[in-house]
Design a protein around this ligand. Structure first.
Ligand SMILES: [Zn+2]
Ligand SMILES: [Zn+2]
Length: 181
């Protein structure tokens, strides 16, 4: 694998402060350049009026259309996502195609009618972004509840886990990242 860059693609307008934070923190974790690209539109298809949610795979399709090769492409959206069999998802990844998406909607305290808390929203976003990028490096879900690769079924899971990989996941990741000089 010769992945050497992470590309962040906002769907519509996403808070620049958050994107800059993700760029800086993801670079620390993965040690490869992180580029923020221009925003793109939401998929034309995939919205369910009944659920008031988008089906996540349509976002992966939009990201694939951008045609990046040998890059990690992470979409960031602020609409609620689902896939078949789940009420909602925080994110979705296609490791073979190197595209993933995270949804910010349910990471905000306001979604649960609580006062806005930017710091907790930012760290949750980082955990979900790191998790999905981990999948793109073929990491699977981890049993360690503190590991960022632990599967988040709820916000409790996201808040309990750290933004970092456990030693075992980190070892696998390091083997798959470009060799540092
Ligand atoms: Zn996962
Ligand atoms: Zn782990």
């Amino acid at each position: 694998m010769t992945i050497d860059t992470i590309i962040l693609i906002p769907f519509l307008l996403i808070d620049t402060t958050l994107l800059n934070y993700l760029q800086k923190e993801l670079y620390k974790t993965f040690e490869i350049p992180v580029i923020i690209e221009k925003e793109i539109n939401l998929p034309k298809l995939g919205y369910s009026e009944k659920r008031r949610q988008y089906e996540g795979h349509y976002f992966l399709e939009e990201l694939k259309k951008l045609g990046y090769k040998d890059k990690i492409v992470l979409g960031v959206c602020d609409v609620d996502l689902y896939v078949w069999g789940f009420n909602f998802i925080f994110g979705l990844a296609s490791p073979r195609e190197k595209v993933a998406v995270i949804s910010l909607t349910r990471l905000k305290e306001e979604f649960y009618n609580k006062p806005k808390r930017e710091s907790i929203f930012f760290i949750r976003s980082l955990k979900e972004a790191t998790h999905e990028i981990g999948h793109l490096f073929y990491l699977e879900h981890c049993k360690d509840k503190k590991c960022v690769m632990f599967f988040s079924n709820s916000l409790l899971d996201t808040d309990r886990k750290g933004p970092n990989f456990c030693p075992s996941c980190l070892k696998k990741l390091k083997e798959r990242l470009p060799k540092s000089k």
